[in-house]
Write a protein that binds this ligand. Structure first.
Ligand SMILES: [Fe+2]
Ligand SMILES: [Fe+2]
Length: 309
């Protein structure tokens, strides 16, 4: 029997409670200030008459800076995400406790990243603040605002995507301090992913056909939460060219492992539209495979071309 949205929330409440407990027992307390090399900092120009930011202040490779900015702006948009999730899941019971806890943890990510970038003069602070204003004023709304299964499926993939992106951004900085910070943030994102992944696994058992449809819809239209950042297309391309987050990783390290956990291909409880959705998903994954291989070929050709110069 397909469940309506309220029935789904009620049915999933004990699963939320169990996974909230699991999350709290595994989540480690950590402090952003410990990850920032404060004594490297210098007062900026303006009110306090310090030194203006210069391009040469940054020790990070260009693409690492781009990725850090995208990751931070994505974290910055938290009020919009909180609004979406709290509106959909509600603020009562285990759902509400989770929503608030999740929000508090995500808030830590933005704080830590901004402190690091500002103190180390890794990016232009004026440009960063202006980009934050532009991005947050655009807000965020998910593609399926009224559909719980779609929203849970989306966040399961999205949390894993941010985990991969943070971790690889850390590596791309070449700075052990940034790498340590981003590995710490990535560990949080992983726990978030597990929470939502377990929740959708339970939803699959409650309502397999609708869960399957939700997953197919989400995978086939997936966009990163920061996709409306100004100049995102250009930024995403350089991030993909650097291997920080590309289609291959999206398919093989984000979509595949989560789909495998839900046993999407092996399920025997699908019928009607659920079966149709699974077929669509399989075709989409094949298509992504072709696209990913094509991108890798082009990237390699580009690398060889640049190496010859
Ligand atoms: Fe985060
Ligand atoms: Fe997260």
């Amino acid at each position: 029997m397909p469940l309506d949205q309220t029935a789904l929330l009620i049915e999933l409440e004990p699963v939320v409670a169990t996974n909230l407990e699991r999350h709290l027992s595994l989540a480690k307390e950590w402090f952003p200030h410990e990850y920032v090399p404060w004594s490297d900092g210098r007062t900026f120009d303006g009110l306090l008459g310090g030194e203006a930011w210069l391009e040469t202040d940054s020790k990070l490779p260009d693409v690492a800076r781009t990725a850090l900015i995208v990751n931070l702006l994505t974290e910055d948009n938290l009020p919009s995400y909180h609004h979406e999730i709290a509106t959909l899941f509600g603020r009562d019971g285990a759902w509400g406790t989770w929503v608030h806890r999740w929000t508090a943890e995500e808030g830590r990510h933005g704080i830590a990243l901004r402190d690091y970038l500002t103190v180390t003069r890794a990016v232009d602070p004026v440009e960063l603040e202006r980009a934050r204003m532009t991005h947050m004023q655009a807000g965020y709304s998910n593609d399926h605002p009224d559909e719980i299964l779609h929203s849970i499926a989306y966040v399961a993939f999205q949390e894993l995507a941010t985990r991969i992106s943070h971790r690889n951004t850390g590596k791309a900085t070449g700075d052990p301090i940034a790498e340590q910070l981003l590995a710490r943030v990535a560990a949080d994102e992983n726990l978030h992913m597990v929470f939502y992944r377990n929740l959708l696994a339970a939803a699959f058992d409650l309502d397999p056909n609708n869960a399957m449809r939700a997953v197919t819809d989400v995978v086939s239209t997936f966009q990163m939460p920061g996709a409306n950042i100004e100049g995102f297309g250009r930024k995403a391309l350089s991030i993909a060219l650097a291997g920080i987050y590309d289609l291959r990783q999206h398919r093989d390290e984000v979509l595949q492992p989560v789909l495998r956990q839900w046993n999407v291909l092996g399920r025997t409880d699908l019928s009607g539209d659920g079966e149709k959705a699974r077929d669509e998903l399989a075709a989409h994954m094949d298509d992504l495979e072709t696209q990913a291989a094509r991108f890798e070929e082009k990237r390699e050709a580009r690398r060889l071309r640049l190496a010859k110069k």
